[in-house]
Ligand binder design. Structure first.
Ligand code: FE
Length: 219
């Protein structure tokens, strides 16, 4: 570790291609946290005792990393064009995803629908619970204490900082995800999208629209 740190401090040098760039610490430069040490220890034990193989661990991480908001966006677009599908999605997200050939995992996910009366936002106040199977890995700010604490206390102010202004006559509801139940926002279909097909509609649905910090906009 100390070697790495010494090297790091001398990293701000000219590269052969001629430009300087700011020092970027290596992942290993900081001290290992308690949880990093515990994680490494548990991995070592599980692999050492042949409960899982290193290859199984690697491929599982690869699958998790391959999840993207594209899956959630496909569900939203289908819900926009097919009211019966929307009803089934509000009933059971995982089975609705299955209809589109999307594996949403086993942990229950509830879709919360934005209407003219209610705007929904999701958070995990405790850590970072998130419907990863449909939106991918959460952004860093979702895991930050500032977002987790403030969005509960002053959701409108936080949304405004994201550039999302919710009219005062629309109720803002914050949903706290847990390890057993994750939420995703089902945004309202933007006006002016009547002539778009399902694929084009899906392109309007970004990650933040499904967190509730943004609204889909017609292009
Ligand atoms: Fe969490």
């Amino acid at each position: 570790m100390s070697d790495m740190q010494d090297n790091g401090h001398h990293h701000d040098h000219d590269h052969a291609h001629g430009h300087r760039h700011p020092f970027q610490p290596d992942l290993e430069d900081g001290d290992y946290s308690y949880y990093q040490v515990m994680t490494e220890a548990v991995i070592e034990l599980l692999v050492g005792k042949k409960v899982i193989t290193a290859e199984e661990l690697r491929s599982t991480i690869e699958v998790i990393d391959s999840k993207s908001p594209v899956f959630g966006a496909r569900l939203i677009a289908r819900a926009w064009v097919d009211p019966a599908f929307k009803a089934r999605m509000l009933e059971d997200v995982i089975s609705a995803a299955g209809e589109l050939g999307i594996d949403a995992g086993a942990i229950p996910i509830r879709a919360v629908e934005n209407t003219t009366a209610v705007h929904n936002v999701i958070v995990c106040t405790l850590c970072s619970c998130y419907p990863r199977s449909l939106i991918g890995l959460p952004p860093d700010w979702y895991k930050a204490r500032a977002y987790r604490s403030r969005v509960v206390r002053e959701p409108r102010a936080v949304l405004k900082e994201f550039g999302t202004q919710i009219p005062v006559d629309v109720e803002v509801r914050v949903h706290d995800s847990t390890a057993d139940l994750r939420y995703m926002v089902l945004p309202a279909r933007p006006s002016g999208t009547g002539d778009l097909d399902e694929e084009a509609l899906a392109d309007l649905v970004t990650r933040d629209c499904m967190i509730g910090t943004a609204l889909p906009k017609s292009a």
